[in-house]
Design a protein around this ligand. Sequence first.
Ligand code: FPP
Length: 247
Amino acid sequence: MLFKDKLISDRIPKHVAIIMDGNGRWAAQSGNERTFGHEHGVEAVRSVVAGAGEIGVQYLTLYAFSTENWSRPKDEVDALMGLLVQVISDETDELQKSNVRLRVIGDIKSLPQNVQEKLAWSIEKLNSSTGLTLVLALSYSSKWEITEAVKRIAEQVKLGKIEPSEIDNELMDRFMNTSEMPDPELLIRTSGECRISNFLLWQIAYSELYFTPKLWPDYRKEDLFEAIYDFQNRERRFGKTSQQLVS
Ligand code: FPP
């Protein structure tokens, strides 16, 4: 039986976040350059976006480029930026047909101008979609996001618009890049690495973590369904006891 058919439809996570990892290692297995892995990672993105839409996930956040990725060799960074522009150009019509909306989180102003423009074009074009929201984390890191939030809150305090005593979880949420979305219930990382790498640290306080050895270019929607099946069979206690959950 396929994992998709085993899923409980009213317990699909609203928000799934994925650390797409292993492109470089995947390429090396066949003696190719790292960018070959990134190019083949696009097929995995396509499949996972389609799968998330099919089962009613509302938000799918993909860690596509971290703040730390800027220190990779210039050729690789340029190739990734070029790939991003190409994929957005090629896929926006299909995303529109699939009723997918696009959002980005991260230090967008640090991206090359052509990438910013292509993203803005696609976001605008997909703005009336009502299905899955695809969130691309680009030039993103959680420490950057939290630091920016603190700076903006401090400015508001200085202007007398926020009292320090008003700063609580909800207010912090409003200053995060993810303010319009629920926190991810499930975070997936591919490639066998078991770390978070500066991704959504604030938002994953109570997320379920799922690590798979599969390298990103081999990942497909059925793998996503397997992760969600695993998620649906976990007990989420949020600090309570099992007994309290039953009663
Ligand atoms: C991590 O693998 C992957 C990335 C840094 C880039 C992810 C990009 C894509 C999947 C392509 C395009 C994406 C979109 C959203 C259009 P790695 O390079 O760190 O792999 P390694 O750990 O094996 O070296």
